[in-house]
Ligand binder design. Structure first.
Ligand code: ZN
Ligand code: ZN
Length: 413
């Protein structure tokens, strides 16, 4: 243990109200709220921030919460947690399972809010140990990719000051107690695309009088599988998944149109543009081949940017995590195909570090089939699974990651 930040972090978190933070976590888990409806969650977080002495404002970008605490001259460090839940029916069987039918904290954002509240309180209580300004953000609507940009558009930085650096963390599968860090690209971009194939409907017995959009859509779905395999270089990583295909009403009616919804994951803007161009070309080509009466509509829906850590910032945070938790707990897993709207808070220029906290309970990990880390990783419940159930033992460590990360970037008192 060498750095002041690590020593101070351990001091400030030596006597965390763990039982009480676990209660907060269980309460948030019982009461999940969908994107842009995080009223109760926001209220809970705002109450804690006010109680800890933060100047606190609610309703930023919809249901966002911002807390600010100054302690003399120094950098402004923003700590962010997302707050929304998912339309997933919980199947964990936990005593504190969701009480809202069909809605569940299946991505761990309840844990993120708990970590943020605990860290804000610890840093406020220990404000004599650091210099600078803390900006604490409870962000709505991460799952729909809207929340971060809505908060920025609502004047987040005009009203509360532009931060010098941003920190964010996410619960992830893996044996509880690891802190994966990546010094550059850590999360991929996500792009939703909708395609409408226009045919000409008619009686199922007389296909010669129609242009069947179902057959065209089937060709299109198959042909789209060649975009990644034949048009993206092997050194690049990309995914194209058709998640929804919809056409028709009855066995003997050829419908007028077919709809295809797909999602792309990419790790560079060049590959993304290349894939979008290929999708448009393939869609037009299949419709032309089928004799469709008009060109298909291809539209872009929800998008998430790539998440690229600033190498220096991430190195500083990874180093303090290694000191606080032990060097073996921090490792580089390489980029993930998942996506985040956190980088929207960076406006393309504010450096940030974003890392994972593994949360799979030890016994679940032990019992998962497989011998290697990869095999077990694929076998345990992932984020968005109805069985996703982070270990309560990760409540205190997730507070320490934020406190130590912040202290590594704030000035020393
Ligand atoms: Zn999620
Ligand atoms: Zn998430």
């Amino acid at each position: 243990m060498t750095s002041t930040a690590a020593r101070t972090a351990l001091e400030l978190t030596s006597d965390l109200p763990v039982a009480e933070l676990e209660d907060l976590y269980r309460d948030l888990h019982r009461h999940p709220e969908l994107s842009l409806h995080e009223h109760r969650t926001a209220g809970k977080l705002a109450g804690r921030l006010k109680g800890a002495g933060f100047e606190t404002v609610e309703g930023v970008g919809g249901t966002g919460v911002v807390g600010r605490l100054r302690s003399g001259d120094g950098p402004t460090v923003l700590l962010r947690a997302d707050m929304d839940a998912l339309p997933v029916r919980e199947a964990t069987g936990l005593s504190y399972a969701s009480e809202t039918n069909g809605v569940m904290h299946a991505c761990g954002h309840d844990l993120h809010v708990t970590w943020l509240a605990g860290a804000a309180e610890a840093l406020a209580a220990g404000r004599d140990a650091w210099r600078g300004t803390l900006l604490v953000v409870g962000q709505p609507a991460e799952e729909t990719g809207q929340g971060a940009s809505r908060m920025v558009a609502d004047g987040l930085y005009e009203r509360f000051g532009r931060p010098d650096v941003l920190l964010g963390q996410h619960a992830a599968p893996g044996p509880a107690g690891l802190y994966p860090h990546v010094p550059g690209l850590i999360m991929s971009a996500s792009t939703d695309v909708d395609i409408v194939v226009h045919g000409r409907g008619g009686h199922g017995s007389r296909p010669e009088a129609t242009v069947d959009p179902v057959v065209t859509a089937a060709y299109l779905v198959t042909r789209l599988q060649t975009v990644v395999s034949r048009e993206v270089a092997a050194r690049e990583s990309a995914v194209l998944t058709v998640g929804r295909i919809e056409a028709g009403t009855r066995h003997n009616i050829i419908p007028d149109e077919a709809r295809i919804a797909l999602n792309l994951r990419t790790q560079s803007e060049e590959v993304r543009q290349r894939m979008l161009a290929a999708i448009r070309r393939v869609a037009r080509g299949e419709c032309l081949a089928a004799g469709c009466p008009r060109e298909p509509d291809v539209s872009i829906g929800n998008t998430f940017p790539v998440t690229v850590n600033d190498a220096g910032t991430d190195a500083a945070v990874a180093a303090v995590h290694g000191e606080v938790f032990g060097a073996g707990t921090v490792f580089d897993p390489g980029p993930a195909m998942g996506s985040e709207d956190f980088p929207e808070l960076a406006l393309g220029s504010i450096p940030y570090a974003y890392w994972f906290v593994t949360t799979t309970p030890g016994e679940v990990w032990e019992q998962a089939p497989g011998d290697t880390l990869q095999e077990k990783f694929a076998a345990v419940p992932s984020n968005h699974s109805p069985h996703f159930a982070p270990d309560l033992s990760t409540v205190a460590p997730g507070v320490r990651t934020l406190v130590s990360g912040a202290l590594a970037l704030l000035a020393e008192a």
